[in-house]
Write a protein that binds this ligand. Structure first.
Ligand SMILES: [Zn+2]
Length: 190
């Protein structure tokens, strides 16, 4: 084999390894929203993609076939990325109040906690600002069973078919819940 041929084989190897690795790594986006899991999934799927690419490369050495396979991979990759992107944009957004992924395009309230979205509340004058809305709705949503209960804002991680967004953070604290519990206890609502 000549030197130019060697170089060509090298480039081909890179293409066959890189293309499927990059394409399949995109899969990670679909399976997880938290950055750390996306990286993990991207690593796993990317690895599988690379292995598959190498397998195809080691079998396809004929000139014409190489072009067909590379073109096919590019085309497949483009359509696959478009599908992943579409699926991701259609995924429900996180409810800022309860942290579950419930808000679909056009929704005015959360299907889990029932709180109106801030986008919806902005058109009304029930709250002076977003912080006030969030605090009120979260105190409404998260209620202690007893004054010394240690509250887990992330549990359960799935409820009524909705998934908790682990990147979401509550605006109220454990102490706020305790204070609220005591206030309600002193002044019970019938
Ligand atoms: Zn909610």
């Amino acid at each position: 084999m000549t030197k130019t041929n060697d170089k060509k084989q090298e480039y081909l190897q890179i293409v066959f390894l890189l293309l499927p690795t990059l394409i399949l790594a995109k899969l990670g986006d679909l399976f997880a929203t938290e950055m750390i899991y996306r990286i993990l999934f991207a690593g796993i799927f990317g690895g599988v993609g690379g292995a598959l690419g190498y397998l195809v490369y080691s079998r396809v050495q004929k000139k014409g076939m190489v072009t067909i396979v590379v073109a096919g991979a590019l085309l497949g990759g483009a359509s696959f990325s478009a599908l992943v992107w579409k699926a991701r944009t259609q995924m429900p957004l996180t409810c800022e109040v309860c942290g579950y992924k419930t808000i679909k395009k056009g929704d005015e309230s959360c299907a889990y906690c029932g709180a109106n979205t801030w986008a919806f509340e902005q058109g009304r004058d029930d709250y002076d600002n977003k912080a006030e809305w969030l605090r009120y709705e979260q105190l409404n949503c998260f209620v202690l069973d007893s004054a010394n209960q240690v509250f887990d804002f992330y549990s359960p991680d799935r409820a009524e078919g909705f998934k908790k967004d682990m990147d979401w953070k509550p605006s109220i604290s454990q102490q706020d819940l305790v204070d609220d519990y005591k206030a309600i206890d002193l002044d019970p609502i019938e």
